[in-house]
Design a protein around this ligand. Structure first.
Ligand code: ADP
Length: 218
C-alpha cells in the first residue's frame, strides 16, 4: 500500500531514507533548511522544499498535519531536532520517528512524545559487530530484546543431514522456518528435508539459543 511520509533533514541519513521510500513506491515530502540538499533530492522525492521546520507556521502551511508518518532526521542540531519533533507531535501526527545522536538526546525525544527513536550509528555498529562475530550470520531482525529471526549460512557440519537428524528444535530450542537453496525457498520445511552446505537457513529463536546453534555448528 502506498504511504505518504515527511522526511525532515536531508543529510546522509535523511536523503538515503527518501531514496529508499521512493524506491518502495511511497510518496515523500522531503524538507531541509538548506538549499543544496533540497536541490540534490528534488528529482527523486515527490516534493522537495527548503524550510526551517522549527517554525510552527511553516509546518502548518505545508500541511504537515495531513501526514500519518514524519521522520526527523536532523542529527547535529539538537535544538532543531527536539523542537521539530515537539511541533510535529503538537500537530498530532500519529507516527513521529526521530533520529537520536546519543542516549540523552533519545531520552528527551521520547519525553516529548516521539513514537520511535532510532540510533543509526549505534544500531549499525551492533549489527556489524554481531555479523563479524559469527562466520555464519548473514542478517537478523530483532523481534524483541530476547528473540531474533536470523538468516544464517548452513555450516558444513549440517551438510546432507535432515532436520530430523539435526534435531535442532529439541537440542537448541530454535525453529528453522525456511531453507533457501539457490533461488528456491522451502517454506516451513518438513522433518525429512535435508540441508546442504551453501543453503541459507531462516531461524527463529532466543538470542542465546541461536548463538549456541551457530557456535556448535561452526
Ligand atoms: P546526517 O548525519 O544524516 O548527515 P546531519 O545532522 O548532518 O545528519 O544533517 C541533518 C540535516 O538536517 C542537514 O542537512 C540540515 O540542514 C538539516 N536541518 C537542520 N536543522 C533543520 C531545520 N530546523 N529544519 C530543516 N532542516 C534542518
Amino acid at each position: 500500500m502506498q504511504k505518504q511520509f515527511i522526511v525532515i533533514g536531508l543529510g546522509r541519513f535523511g536523503s538515503s531514507l527518501v531514496r529508499t521510500l521512493i524506491q518502495n513506491g511511497h510518496e515523500v515530502l522531503a524538507i531541509d533548511k538548506h538549499e543544496q540538499p533540497v536541490q540534490d533530492i528534488s528529482s527523486i522525492a515527490t516534493h522537495a522544499l527548503q524550510a526551517d521546520c522549527t517554525d510552527e507556521t511553516v509546518l502548518r502551511e505545508l500541511g504537515a498535519r495531513n501526514f500519518l508518518h514524519a521522520i526527523v532526521a536532523i542529527g547535529e542540531d539538537l535544538q532543531a531536532s527536539i523542537l521539530t519533533t515537539l511541533l510535529l507531535k503538537e500537530l498530532q501526527i500519529p507516527q513521529v520517528t526521530a533520529k537520536a545522536k546519543n542516549e540523552m538526546h533519545g531520552h528527551v525525544l521520547s519525553k516529548i512524545g516521539a513514537d520511535h527513536i532510532i540510533y543509526p550509528e549505534r544500531d549499525m555498529a551492533i549489527r556489524l559487530g554481531n555479523q563479524l562475530s559469527s562466520d555464519n550470520l548473514i542478517d537478523y531482525i530483532e523481534l524483541s530484546p530476547d528473540y531474533n529471526l536470523v538468516e544464517i549460512k548452513a555450516p558444513p557440519a549440517m551438510n546432507g543431514k535432515s532436520l530430523k537428524q539435526l534435531n535442532i528444535r529439541a537440542k537448541y530450542g530454535c525453529t528453522i522456518m525456511a531453507i533457501k537453496t539457490g533461488d528456491q525457498f522451502n517454506i516451513s520445511p518438513k522433518a525429512e528435508d535435508e540441508i546442504y552446505t551453501g543453503d541459507i537457513l531462516l531461524v527463529i529463536g532466543s538470542n542465546e539459543d541461536v548463538r549456541h546453534l551457530g557456535v556448535d555448528y561452526e
